[in-house]
Design a protein around this ligand. Structure first.
Ligand SMILES: NC(=O)c1ccc[n+]([C@@H]2O[C@H](COP(=O)([O-])OP(=O)(O)OC[C@H]3O[C@@H](n4cnc5c(N)ncnc54)[C@H](O)[C@@H]3O)[C@@H](O)[C@H]2O)c1
Length: 253
């Protein structure tokens, strides 16, 4: 294996979901900085303006990017993009939702919200993987990164984070392990990241006790983006079924 910069994405075509969000946009910027040949950036209709602004920003810096608006919980929309996008070398499943302050005992809407969280956070990555893995395998390999959560490791770090989110992220971790076992023999590496609390729109209204944190602060989106870009790179060629705990020491285990 050559010893020059292996965290180099030159020539790689990378798909990112949730690309207009805090961690997604930072990951898109990191991948562009590392020389990705093409970025396919996916987000929901509600994020159209910020996704287009991100695309403009990255194009101004010389990146080749395209914006794709769809709901990741739609199997058909995933299939339509992936089936027509040409070769994809790596993907980062970053789209996610974390509805707060619901009452699972008395709120009649709670079950509906549970299903929505599962559809976006868990079924979304499943749709992505089942479209991508056979195509990647047919080309000899690829890399898929799924964003889990410290919540899926230890049950959450804020009292208002709800069980549907925690269960969905625990499910993402189990999915990574399940997929990794089946995909690695085909050359497809499936890995994940379990971030601790990161300063994005998702956590903007969540009360966190920073004094509890070994580093005394939330993480920044870039602190997840670089590990995600690494897992898309040749430097991560022996990672399969790994979930990187990137949490500033909040959870160790
Ligand atoms: N911020 C944190 O503290 C934290 C911690 C652990 C894990 N995570 C995970 O990291 C990922 C990114 O979160 P973030 O903090 O950047 O949040 P964010 O809210 O800034 O970004 C999430 C993005 O996902 C998009 N999205 C939501 N539903 C979608 C759908 N159905 N289809 C397509 N796109 C959709 C949103 O529009 C948004 O752009 C999520 O999976 C989240 O669960 C975040």
């Amino acid at each position: 294996m050559p010893l020059n910069n292996a965290i180099d994405l030159s020539g790689r075509r990378i798909l990112l979901t949730g690309a207009a969000g805090g961690i997604g946009a930072a990951t898109a910027r990191a991948c562009a900085t590392l020389g990705a040949a093409k970025l396919l950036l996916v987000d929901a209709a509600s994020a159209k303006d910020s996704l287009e602004a991100l695309c403009d920003e990255l194009r101004d810096e010389g990146a080749d990017v395209s914006a794709h608006i769809y709901d990741v919980s739609s199997r058909q929309d995933n299939a339509d993009l992936i089936g027509n996008a040409g070769d994809i070398d790596a993907a980062v499943a970053c789209a996610g939702i974390c509805p707060l302050e619901e009452d699972w005992a008395d709120d009649p809407e709670w079950d509906e919200v549970f299903h929505r969280v599962m559809d976006v956070n868990l079924l979304g990555p499943i749709h992505l993987a089942r479209e991508l893995i056979p195509r990647m395998a047919a080309r000899g390999g690829g890399q898929i990164v799924m964003i889990g959560s410290i919540g899926g490791r230890m049950g959450g770090t804020s009292p208002i984070v709800q069980p549907h989110y925690i269960a969905s992220k625990g499910g993402v971790h189990a999915l990574i392990w399940w997929l990794a076992q089946r995909a690695a023999p085909q050359g497809v590496l499936v890995n994940g990241i379990a971030p601790g609390p990161i300063a994005t729109a998702m956590t903007a209204t969540t009360p966190y006790s920073k004094e509890r944190y070994p580093l005394g602060r939330l993480g920044e989106p870039e602190e997840i983006a670089w590990p995600a870009a690494f897992l898309c790179s040749p430097a991560a060629s022996y990672f399969s079924g790994s979930i990187l705990d990137v949490n500033g020491g909040l959870f160790v285990g």
